[in-house]
Each structure stands twice: as structure tokens, then as C-alpha cells.
Ligand binder design. Structure first.
Ligand SMILES: [Zn+2]
Length: 419
């Protein structure tokens, strides 16, 4: 059996791994490097393309398969959200006047080529998907062929969140011959999640006391719904006082609809609610002009470089009563949020505006941190472990920690390993 690391190695972005026997050939993820115009072409001749979850760095290259009758496998939420994100990508590319050779029909082709299932049998190969945590619908992939077992984690976490259960190592195949594991935060240990949530609520409460506006930039998929639900529940339970709370993102609103229709992907508590993502205290708005201040606003883009979040950042940053809460661990260098955080200023139409609003970064990540990564490896006891989806430094820091438990390797792009 051959494993070819086609993309998303020694970096984050453009994930794709091919697994091949004499009788079957499978792709694990088919992503783009978000923000790069020309993502590299991957081979197209696969029996099955398995998509771990609906982030474009794992799924965004699927449009390049839209004319070739692909068989795509993944969960229902991954299918529905991927189709929405592909359509949104097409819209943005065309709006920006870029040459982008796809239309909504290609996104529809991808959606129609999707097999929603948790297991697939190919000649001499059986494939099983397991819950991965991370975001709604995310799956790990187990492959059994030629007497060997491979487990590919995709992006995952072991910790539970308000809306999603983490992955349970007890339900994953033990002693795989090869574990292919993400290493995004291979060198990072985070404070316990409950402490981060306490910090978040403290900052929100302080800004509410000042009657300030609170901007929370968030991604349309999962992070918006998770934050909205967290604040909604906190208000319902009296942890936060009543305040105007809004989400502003057409795409997020559409994705929220999928969340309500696929409750089975979420925690027991969420499943017991009739429409868990129809919030009591959080309203969806179409535009920023509808905001009644003071307010908490959860909006796209998550990096604050476009859309409502950029507009509100420019509008609110100069007032010291306001707060900006960043949840993403990563901010693109030179992005307005990064400059606001690091230099305390914003540049609008060539003018420098000093930032007096409080800017806080509280990282509520959906990725495993170093402790969780070590826990996974120690529980699964893989023969060999391949670290992917992480900058070299993060992968090396993790490698040091687990090298006593397993044979660790950090593959290069386009490197092929024979098992
Ligand atoms: Zn992801």
C-alpha cells in the first residue's frame, strides 16, 4: 500500500493524501490553500474522494473534479456546508473580477456526486469514518487494506464544547500500522477551555457595564453558531444580562439552517431542543445599519479583513468603551485585526486611526492541543505516525514528545511512503 502526501504537509492548507493499492485508489481530502489564487492541481483519478470536513483547506479543490463524475464521501453536514462554501467562493471570485472557471452548476455537481455514509467498501479495501470533533460533521477516516490499518485524523479535537462532542479515542481502531495526524498545535498547550470561557464572559460583562459595543469576528461555519449559542445560553441562564446580540452573515444564516436540520451531529443536550439554533436572545440581521447600539455583534469575516466585521472594526475601534474579541488563534499578517491588536491602530483610506477599544484574543480552538495529540497517540499506540497539517516547528515539537511511543515521521510534499 502506498501513501502519497500531495498537500497540507509541513504547512496548513491544501490538504490531500492519496492511499493506493493495486485495486483501489482513494484521496483523503481535496483542499485549497485559502487566499492563494492558483491552488496546485492534484491527480483526478480516484475511486473515492473522502472529505473529512467542510473547511476549504480540506474541500475547496473539489470544483476541479466537477466534470469528471467523482464519488465523494463524507457526512451530510459536510456535504451541505461544502456546497454553500464552494458557491460563496465562486461568488467572491467572480465579484473580484478574477478568472475563475467555475459556476454554481459545478458546486451543484459536487453536491450531487456526494455519498453520505460512514463506511465504503472498495475492492480489497474497507473504509470507515469516525467522529472527529473539530466542527459539525467532521470525521476521521480508517482504511483497512492488504492486512494493514491506516487512520487519518483530518482536523480533530478530544475536548467537548457547548455544542459538539470531541472525538473518543476508545472508539477508534487501536494499534494502526499508520496514524496520519494533524499537528496544527503540536507545540502548544492551551489553558483549560472553561477558563477561556470565563475570560470571554468577563470581557463581555466589562464592556456591557461600560455600555459599549462588542465586536466578535467569526467564521460563518460553526464558530458563528457556537458563539451565538454560547451567548444565548449564558443570557438564558442569567450568566450574562440581556443585551442586544446580533449575527450578521448571510452565509452563516444559511449554515445555521443545516445545523437545525441535522441535530444528530451535536451533543445530547442540543439534540433534545426542538430548534437548537433558533436563538432566544440573538437576532440575525442582514446589514450593519439595522444594529441597535449598544450591542454584541458576531459577524464575518472571521479575520476582520472584509465584510461586516471590517466595517464595524473601523466604526467602533476608536471608542474606549467598545471591545473587539478575536477567537481565531491565527490572524493573517498585516490584516486589520492583527494591526489593531499589535500596533493599536487602523488604517482607513490612508488615515491612521488610533484604536482605543479593548482588543482581546481568546482562542477557543476546535483543534487538539499538544496534550490532546499526545493523548491520542498514547491511547492508539500506532506503529508509525505521520505528522501533517502543521508548520514544521509545531510538527517537530510534537515529534519530540511522542517519539518514545511510536515511529514518527514528518513527510515532505509529494513524498510517497510504502507500508
Ligand atoms: Zn478544519
Amino acid at each position: 500500500m502506498k501513501i502519497n502526501f500531495l498537500g497540507g504537509v509541513r504547512e496548513v492548507g491544501g490538504s490531500c493524501i492519496s492511499v493506493e493499492t493495486d485495486d483501489a485508489k482513494v484521496a483523503l481530502d481535496y483542499g485549497i490553500k485559502v487566499g492563494e489564487k492558483n491552488s496546485n492541481g492534484f491527480p483526478t483519478e480516484f475511486d473515492v474522494v473522502i472529505i473529512s470536513h467542510a473547511h476549504l483547506d480540506h474541500s475547496g479543490n473539489l470544483l476541479s473534479l466537477s466534470h469528471g463524475n467523482p464519488v465523494i464521501v463524507g457526512s451530510q453536514i459536510t456535504r451541505d456546508v461544502t456546497a454553500d462554501l464552494l458557491r460563496d467562493m465562486i461568488r467572491i471570485q467572480h465579484m473580484n473580477g478574477n478568472h475563475f472557471p467555475y459556476t454554481n452548476r459545478d458546486a451543484d455537481n459536487i453536491r450531487n456526486s456526494w455519498w453520505v455514509r460512514d463506511s465504503v467498501a472498495l475492492p480489497g479495501m474497507s473504509i470507515t469514518l469516525h467522529s472527529a470533533g473539530h466542527v459539525a460533521g467532521a470525521k476521521m477516516t480508517g482504511i483497512q487494506a492488504e492486512g494493514k490499518q491506516i487512520l487519518y485524523t483530518g482536523d480533530f479535537c478530544l475536548h467537548d464544547t457547548e455544542i459538539l462532542k470531541g472525538s473518543t479515542p476508545e472508539n477508534l481502531p487501536k494499534n494502526p500500522d499508520a496514524l496520519i495526524v494533524e499537528s496544527t498545535y503540536g507545540g502548544t498547550t492551551r489553558p483549560h477551555r472553561s477558563r477561556l470561557i470565563d475570560q470571554l464572559f468577563t470581557h463581555i460583562l466589562d464592556a456591557i457595564e461600560r455600555k459599549g459595543n462588542i465586536l466578535i469576528p467569526a467564521f460563518a461555519f460553526h464558530r458563528t453558531q457556537e458563539m451565538a449559542k454560547r451567548i444565548d445560553q449564558a443570557m438564558e441562564r442569567g450568566v450574562l444580562p440581556n443585551y442586544n446580540v446580533y449575527t450578521i452573515s448571510r452565509l452563516a444564516h444559511q449554515i445555521t439552517g443545516h445545523f437545525n436540520s441535522h441535530k444528530q451531529f451535536f451533543t445530547q443536550e442540543i439534540q433534545q431542543q426542538k430548534h437548537p439554533f433558533n436563538y432566544r436572545h440573538v437576532k440575525h440581521l442582514r446589514r450593519t445599519s439595522q444594529i441597535k447600539e449598544p450591542a454584541i455583534v458576531i459577524c464575518t469575516s472571521g479575520f476582520g479583513h472584509a465584510g461586516a466585521s471590517l466595517h464595524l472594526l473601523n466604526q467602533w475601534a476608536a471608542d474606549e468603551d467598545n471591545a473587539v474579541i478575536i477567537n481565531s488563534g491565527y490572524l493573517p499578517p498585516e490584516s486589520p485585526l492583527e494591526i489593531a491588536k499589535e500596533k493599536g491602530e487602523l488604517v482607513e483610506n490612508g488615515n491612521i486611526i488610533p484604536v482605543h477599544a479593548e482588543v482581546e484574543q481568546i482562542e477557543l480552538s476546535g483543534h487538539a492541543d499538544q496534550e490532546e495529540l499526545i493523548e491520542l497517540v498514547s491511547k492508539l499506540e500506532p506503529d508509525r505516525t505521520f505528522l501533517v497539517h502543521g508548520e514544521m516547528e509545531q510538527a517537530q515539537l510534537l515529534s519530540k514528545k511522542i517519539s518514545g511511543m511510536t515511529d514518527v515521521y514528518i513527510p515532505e510534499k509529494n513524498e510517497t511512503i510504502t507500508l
